[in-house]
Design a protein around this ligand. Structure first.
Ligand SMILES: Nc1ncnc2c1ncn2[C@@H]1O[C@H](COP(=O)(O)OP(=O)(O)OP(=O)(O)O)[C@@H](O)[C@H]1O
Ligand SMILES: [Mg+2]
Length: 352
């Protein structure tokens, strides 16, 4: 795995690691573990191929911090779903560790693992995966039913979740009576009824049209402000990642190419692949004032300073309309630098 570039922009998020993996391999095919060991965990692609093995994950190590939204990106087949399934031990890794609150889940007895999965983790799938013969209320209450919780308690908890995702009044409907966006809200509500600590979302919005998708991204951010889960979110779409991620991991052929904030990936791509991946992203949506300001603010106008953590997109007009440079302040209102019109123009028009 390559190191992330530059200092990390984590804002006021807590820093403790909630979930991690170390040297994680998932190789599909028979005798995969033995062959990996024999080759000292450095098999060539040709060797794997000659044994009919598919390496979905190769030596992956990531740390996911408590309370962050960690996005996993990559092309189809790059190993995203496999990584998420290994992190929740839904599938067993071929080698490596999965650390949940510093305990290696690979060594946890099956019964306890099932308990952990039911109580501490939950998953939202791309294709909703609702039970068609159950109402909205029954679908949302279902994970609590599996936990053996009585009907009145589980239904009142489900009703709360349905209200939280904006579907109050639709409790008695069946999934077929709902739109795609509404079904995914049910999927979200269902995944939250057990109050999970780690919330996995595997391409939850990719079946939806762009407007509904955006609405649900906002919804996710609203819920996260209230609930503060540790979120692991898979997407194909860098624009979606930019909107929601604290940090992003980019996978290519089962290898983590880079981990960093969207801004780090755009400004300091570790490889040509990352540069290509992020080439079409609007830099103004990603780059913050802090990344382009100068430390010297002598001569910059004292009127209407801009905040260092704002995206260029939100301050561009104001900076460009000013006579000279504009002062930059931190969250506490202290002046920390100045941003020039040229610096903003170079973000808006990177090729010029
Ligand atoms: N059960 C399996 N047996 C053999 N190979 C598998 C199995 N499941 C996944 N793979 C292979 O592992 C690789 C990674 O698959 P994975 O589903 O993790 O990709 P993904 O990044 O989630 O792709 P997508 O964006 O299409 O969902 C692919 O080459 C896939 O064909
Ligand atoms: Mg997938």
């Amino acid at each position: 795995m390559r190191a992330s570039a530059g200092p990390e922009n984590t804002g006021d998020r807590p820093q403790s690691t909630k979930l991690a993996c170390r040297g994680l391999w998932k190789v599909y095919g028979s005798n995969a573990a033995r062959i990996l060991q024999q080759r000292n965990f450095t098999p060539t692609s040709e060797l794997l191929q000659s044994h009919g093995l598919v390496a979905a994950l190769r030596d992956v190590s990531v740390d996911i911090r408590e309370g962050e939204i960690f996005v996993i990106m990559g092309l189809s087949g790059s190993g995203k779903s496999t990584l998420v399934r290994c992190l929740s031990l839904l599938i067993e890794p071929t080698a490596g560790q999965v650390l949940f609150e510093n305990r290696d889940l690979v060594t946890v007895p099956e019964k306890e693992l099932i308990w952990l999965r039911r109580h501490k983790m939950s998953m939202v799938f791309q294709h909703f995966a609702l039970l068609p013969h159950l109402t909205v209320l029954q679908n949302v209450a279902f994970p609590l039913e599996i936990q053996g919780i009585g009907q009145p308690t589980r239904e009142s908890r489900a009703a709360e979740m349905i209200e939280l995702v904006g579907l109050k009044g639709r409790e008695g409907n069946y999934p077929r009576e709902l739109s795609g966006g509404q079904r995914q809200r049910v999927g979200i509500a269902r995944s939250l009824t057990t109050e999970p600590e780690v919330w996995f979302l595997d391409e939850p919005f990719s079946a939806l049209d762009p407007l509904i998708r955006r609405e649900l991204q906002n919804e996710l951010l609203r819920l996260q402000r209230i609930l503060r889960k540790t979120v692991i979110f898979i997407t194909h779409d860098f624009d979606e990642a930019v909107r929601i991620a604290d940090r992003v991991a980019i996978l290519k052929d089962g290898i983590v190419e880079q981990i960093g904030s969207p801004e780090q990936l755009v400004l300091s791509p570790a490889t040509d692949y990352i540069a290509e991946f992020t080439r079409h992203v609007s830099r103004a949506k990603v780059v913050t004032v802090a990344a382009i300001m100068q430390r010297d603010w002598q001569g910059a106008s004292a009127a209407n300073p801009v905040k260092s953590n704002c995206r260029i997109e939100t301050v561009a007009r104001q900076v460009l309309d000013s006579e000279g440079a504009t002062r930059v302040v931190d969250d506490a209102g202290r002046v920390v630098g100045a941003v020039s019109r040229d610096a903003v123009l170079s973000v808006l028009f990177p090729e010029s």
